[in-house]
Design a protein. Structure first.
Ligand SMILES: [Zn+2]
Length: 437
């Protein structure tokens, strides 16, 4: 890929549109512009691949689990996010992808029937921490996006096998600058599947070991202590939805306005490849404007004119207002996950037993100072939890209140080694091995 021309277009458009304030972007705008500018012949294939990926019915039902590795690559100590923030982000992903988020009721009534639960689950298996002196700058004249972040010999953190793990890198993404002038800030980006039908080999990640998601450290977790603020823009609300959005790209989703708005022509006919996202020709601007209706026309799917779906995770509304994927988006993501990205599901089979085998799951495992026990069904009367050392000594025991879905177990002070977690669900015991390191 040679994105030189397209990135100049990006710079000019940003300078024109926002002479005073930086644009806040998801890097997939840049990616799409690169592909469509330099491989125009592939646009039809791009669209055809989405058509194929979103066909219902040919893929298995039921829960799908992805093993996740989070790489924290930091220079300033503030960038070295605590485990609390990382666990919180995994919990946000699990809520958002399963429609268990607390704000589903904020969705406008006319869109409630379109909301979908993906039944996609995220299992944190490792946190990699790398201290670095490297800077992570989007090279506006270069050919890749933060490749150095993903290579230890360049000051980054090497990916775990990208066929089998979702790698999420968290770092400080330097502002987009044109000389001394800051023109924008990328909060995150992801590569779409590299092997969708009709895609060329180089339209996904430039190298397989760079596949995954990148998030600015201020946009990760809903309990992030670092404010996401920009001169002229103010402080943006952070609820962990930038990763929700970027993982959506990673699983094949496009922006709901069809990727025309920021860099291409605004056009109500530009489709995101999903039928039940309403027509839109422009993205939200980190606000909550429910009056937005950029394409006032009858929607084929809904049979009437619908406003823009600003509550969708694949728009650019404030994270306070995002709360849903549509059923069409869910179908597409599940088809990508059971198709081009099915390797992710294989690692779950080999890496960790499923929650259903033991009735609970340990996150993460191996763990450092604490572990979260997720129950496959909420605790009933008489449920309890125990932690044993490898020598068989009972170290902790606690009663689980009825209705408990997950419970933290503190591990501080325990020497590295093999432990056992046992859970009684009110009827019987089950057990899982826990590695503390
Ligand atoms: Zn995006």
């Amino acid at each position: 890929m040679k994105p030189l021309t397209s990135l100049f277009l990006l710079l000019l458009s940003c300078l024109t549109a926002n002479a005073q304030t930086p644009s806040i972007l998801c890097g997939n705008d840049i990616f799409n512009q690169i592909v469509r500018t330099h491989h125009p012949e592939l646009a039809a294939g791009f669209d055809a691949a989405f058509d194929e990926a979103r066909q219902p019915g040919a893929h298995p039902r039921g829960p799908l689990t992805i093993n996740v590795v989070v790489h924290v690559v930091w220079k300033d100590p503030a960038e070295n996010l605590s485990d609390d923030v990382i666990y919180d982000q995994i919990a946000v992903l699990n809520a958002d992808y399963n429609r268990l988020n607390a704000d589903t009721g904020n969705l406008r009534p006319q869109f409630q029937p379109a909301a979908g639960a993906a039944d996609i689950h995220f299992n944190l298996v490792a946190i990699e921490r790398v201290q670095t002196n490297a800077l992570f700058e989007i090279d506006v004249l270069g050919t890749d996006l933060l490749g150095n972040l993903k290579h230890s010999d360049e000051g980054g953190s090497d990916a775990w096998d990208t066929d089998h793990y979702l790698n999420i890198w968290v770092c400080k993404i330097q502002p987009l600058a044109f000389g001394p002038i800051v023109i924008g800030q990328v909060l995150g980006f992801a590569f779409p599947p590299n092997n969708l039908p009709h895609w060329p080999a180089d339209s996904g990640a430039p190298n397989l070991d760079e596949d995954g998601v990148v998030i600015d450290f201020r946009a990760f977790g809903s309990n992030n202590p670092n404010p996401l603020e920009f001169p002229g823009v103010g402080t943006l609300s952070v609820k962990g939805r930038t990763p929700t959005h970027e993982v959506g790209h990673y699983l094949g989703l496009r922006h709901i306005w069809g990727d025309g708005g920021v860099l291409g022509p605004n056009d109500c006919d530009q489709s995101d490849g999903v039928d039940d996202t309403p027509y839109a020709n422009a993205q939200s601007n980190f606000d909550c404007d429910v009056s937005k209706n950029t394409c006032p026309q009858v929607e084929l799917f809904y049979g009437t004119d619908m406003p823009d779906l600003i509550e969708n995770y694949m728009d650019y509304a404030s994270e306070d207002c995002m709360n849903m994927f549509t059923k069409g988006q869910v179908e597409l993501m599940r088809n990508v996950l059971t198709g081009p990205r099915s390797g992710l599901l294989e690692s779950v089979a080999t890496h960790q037993p499923s929650a259903t085998a033991a009735g609970f799951r340990l996150l993460p495992n191996p763990a450092n100072d604490r572990v979260r026990v997720d129950l496959s069904t909420p605790a009933s009367a008489g449920s309890s939890l125990q932690l044993y050392g490898s020598e068989g000594r009972l170290l902790q025991s606690k009663t689980l209140p009825e209705g408990t879905a997950s419970e933290w177990v503190e591990l501080g002070g325990l020497p590295p080694g093999l432990y056992m977690v046992r859970v009684h669900n009110g009827r019987q015991w089950s057990a899982e091995r826990l590695v503390v390191r």
